[in-house]
Design a protein around this ligand. Structure first.
Ligand code: SAH
Length: 405
């Protein structure tokens, strides 16, 4: 039993009783003992009932994140069980053949707050985002290798949110087999396979842990819908949707990104899959400006894909973000031919699926377009959502059909 406890203010135990794992600093009445950063503390109700065993984050507003709601030891064997159960849930997905990359551990959703492990072929990428996951990082790294039988872990703990936890950024090899001393070039040039499509991924510099694994199922859906269409892929990054649209028989694909390097990789990925490069046009620029320019030029498309970066990481930025989403969706509806399809996403945690749908509805209204929702899209099932932690659902998308006149 740890000596350190956080006693909560009266009434502040409610979220823990619903098994939501976060306790904010304002809910804490009293700290007993001297907790260390990331160390284990017991969370008690104001009348000293045990609620949870948690990791302590002295710098963050989220002062503690529950590891468990049982009075069980939080030790190596505890993490082994959690890691095993995360791996089993991925095995249960029966990811289709032709996919070798997926999220193996998704933080709160898998009962390990702050810790992400993504598998890219035979290489694992670990991201530690909180004091608690940092405290156990080395133990977890060893266990993940034992439980997967793999030998390489690259660390990408360079996300901005670490600052809130008072943690400096860190990237680099965390574990590697001894017979492969010169690993860095390998890490920068991984080729992964997603439903049979190949992608070059740079695990050192790619976004997130290297790539947007969360869009895998939605890329496949675009492949199924793109046949014979003129496609506009906005915010294309390294071409996840572009490659799939071409593979699905698109007549043409115009891919926009503000990053020249992303566009270079996008073209590389088109070539890697032996897709018709003559049907592909990469275009460097700002999506907001280019959509306006295309509208003024009366250009039109059969499919527009909008997969912008996070406009609203938290609810506080939601209003400004909503304007951004409405703007690009409105312009896209205008550029669509009747019978055309809009595939539109938001990965902002601060905007939930209901609000996103309202924003897209407002965009259609202002564009004077009649549109239907054909499908709701989400992050892939390898990014599961704990029923007790709905914040784990962040990626939402709509497939909208623009009705003919
Ligand atoms: N669709 C991609 C992921 C998109 S990530 C995939 O499936 O892999 C968001 C991308 O938007 C980044 O590549 C970033 O360079 C680009 N970006 C951000 N703001 C932009 C803007 N205003 N105009 C064009 N591209 C932008």
């Amino acid at each position: 039993m740890p000596a350190v406890t956080l006693r909560l203010k009266p009434g502040r135990e409610k979220s823990l009783l619903r098994r939501h794992p976060w306790i904010f600093s304002g809910a804490v009445q009293e700290v007993e003992g001297e907790p260390v950063s990331g160390g284990t503390v017991d969370l008690l109700s104001s009348d000293r009932q045990f609620l949870a065993r948690a990791a302590y984050s002295p710098s963050s507003q989220i002062r503690a994140r529950a590891w468990t709601f049982e009075e069980e030891p939080v030790d190596r064997e505890f993490f082994r069980k959690r890691i095993r159960s995360a791996i089993q849930s991925r095995d249960a997905l029966h990811l289709k053949p032709g996919t070798d990359s997926y999220r193996l551990i998704y933080a709160e959703s898998d009962g390990i707050p702050g810790l992400i492990v993504d598998r890219y072929g035979d290489v694992l990428v670990l991201q530690s985002l909180t004091a608690g996951s940092e405290f156990w990082k080395e133990t977890i790294a060893d266990l993940v290798l034992e439980e997967t039988g793999l030998s390489t872990i690259y660390e990408r703990s360079d996300a901005d949110v670490r600052e809130l936890e008072g943690l400096p950024p860190r990237s680099g090899i965390l574990r590697d087999s001894e017979d492969l001393p010169n690993h860095e070039p390998r890490i920068a040039n991984i080729v992964i396979t997603e439903y049979g499509m190949k992608f070059n991924v740079n695990l050192q510099s790619g976004h997130k842990t290297g790539s947007y694994l969360d869009q895998r199922e939605n890329r496949l859906r675009v492949r199924e819908l793109a046949n014979d269409k003129d496609v506009l892929d906005c915010f294309c990054y390294t071409g996840g949707f572009t490659v799939n649209a071409l593979a699905g028989g698109a007549r043409s694909v115009l891919s926009i990104d503000s990053s020249a390097e992303a566009l270079r990789l996008c073209q590389e990925n088109v070539t890697l899959n032996r897709l018709p490069t003559e049907k592909h046009t990469p275009l460097e620029g700002d999506v907001f400006q280019l959509l306006r320019k295309f509208r003024d030029e009366n250009r039109s498309f059969d499919m527009v894909i909008l997969d912008p970066p996070k406009f609203a990481p938290t609810a506080a930025q939601a209003e400004r973000a909503a304007r951004g989403y409405k703007d690009i969706n409105l312009l896209s509806f205008k550029l669509l031919r009747p019978g055309g399809i809009l595939v539109t996403f938001s990965c902002s945690g601060g905007i939930d699926a209901g609000l996103f749908q309202k924003i897209v509805a407002g965009a259609a209204l202002d564009a004077s377009v009649e549109a239907q929702i054909l499908e709701h899209l989400f992050q892939g099932a390898d990014h599961p959502v704990s029923l007790h932690f709905p914040e784990g659902a962040y990626l939402k998308g709509l497939v909208c059909y623009k009705r003919g006149q």
